[in-house]
Design a protein around this ligand. Sequence first.
Ligand SMILES: Cc1cc2nc3c(=O)[nH]c(=O)nc-3n(C[C@H](O)[C@H](O)[C@H](O)COP(=O)(O)OP(=O)(O)OC[C@H]3O[C@@H](n4cnc5c(N)ncnc54)[C@H](O)[C@@H]3O)c2cc1C
Length: 414
Amino acid sequence: MSRAVAIVGSGPSGCYLAQALLKAEPDLSVDLIDRLPVPYGLVRYGVAADHQGTKGVIRQFERLFERQGAGFIGNVSIGEDVSLDELRAAYDAVVLAAGLSADRALGIPGEMLEGVYRAGRLTRALYEHPDAEPLPELGSRVVIMGNGNVAIDILRLLAKTPEELAGSDLGAGPSAWLAGSAIEEIEIVGRSPAAAAKFDPVMIKELAKLEGVSIRVVGAGEGDDPEAAKKLAALEAIDGYGSGPRRITFRFGLTPTELSGIDGNLTEAQFEDGQGNRVTLTCSAFITAIGFNAQKSLSRDMLIDAAVDAEAGVLEEGLYATGWFRRGPRGTIPDNRADAQRLAERILADFQAGEGSPPKPGRSAFSDWADAVDYQGWKRIDAAELAAAPENRCRAKISSRDAMLALATQKQEP
Ligand SMILES: Cc1cc2nc3c(=O)[nH]c(=O)nc-3n(C[C@H](O)[C@H](O)[C@H](O)COP(=O)(O)OP(=O)(O)OC[C@H]3O[C@@H](n4cnc5c(N)ncnc54)[C@H](O)[C@@H]3O)c2cc1C
């Protein structure tokens, strides 16, 4: 079947979709287009630096480019460098797998104070995303607002000793930042009761390996369904753990109402508990890990609202959506696979139904993509990062877009 498919975004959902399409129809021409010069989305810039096992999925995705014939077109932003309409005119099917990268706001007074940071901003800085803002000064008392796995990732990294980061891909700058941190106290606060918290119990159990912490769990309450029971058991198991200098406290059922400070700098966070009582936590930094929204370059809300069949990922004829872009910011890397497999079947069925229509040109419609980063260009970046890994690290990420492009577009001698 000689049809051309453009997938916008080379994160897990885009990669799983390309895999499923090419497995079913090896003759398709499938391009993964990414605004970054490097592929794999949040596997590179979201999954924690000390969870290298999770990043192993990249080896599976490499086969997509190396054996299944997918193309990588990096450093091209759809909605900025090329419009969605131009892309749709060139490809038989366009799939938006662009994820959701804007941090969701809390919407309470004081959110703009110095000392209030959102999880995406912090993780992008920690994992050296080329568009990251600098790492902020957190001070001694940190509150993390949120009870999902992203909140627990941040908690764990902030609590680790430098030795505990061995084997990770955390860069020299972020490593020095963590090692020099003045954090004495981390309070992690959930709006819901513990029984309804979003974290995976395994993530909680992992905290009982940390060396420099002492952990307390306040007001976890009760819950009787099996999922709740697992979370509560994990919390019970870590309550009272350790005697290290960094104090960690879990609190639940607290709704944030206001952040306040002196001279523009955060000093305390106020909450309301389930009985309407006011609870105040003193803090030098307040980190929100409460989910993500769409970035502006693609009008996601409009497209999803007007979708022909949002559940199936069909936005309009020839335009589809998958992964976090379709479902919202929920679900792990493997959760995107089932989504992608179902969508691949739908796209192939749509191609079959429109078999008589003339095929579109695909990437050859864009002559200036000769300067985009291709898969070989990414492999040059990858090789340079692996070769530069210092002792105790598995990679030294290149954080500047210019430096990545210089390496990637360096053409081989004929
Ligand atoms: C901090 C964090 C930690 C996580 N840790 C884990 C974990 O340990 N384990 C786990 O299973 N899951 C984890 N997840 C969830 C997992 O990352 C997601 O399920 C998954 O990445 C979603 O895949 P996606 O392809 O839809 O989006 P993404 O991974 O976000 O990929 C989207 C891609 O689209 C590109 N893009 C965006 N806009 C454009 C545009 N306009 N033009 C071209 N390209 C564009 C982006 O550069 C990116 O490469 C984590 C998530 C976060 C935020």
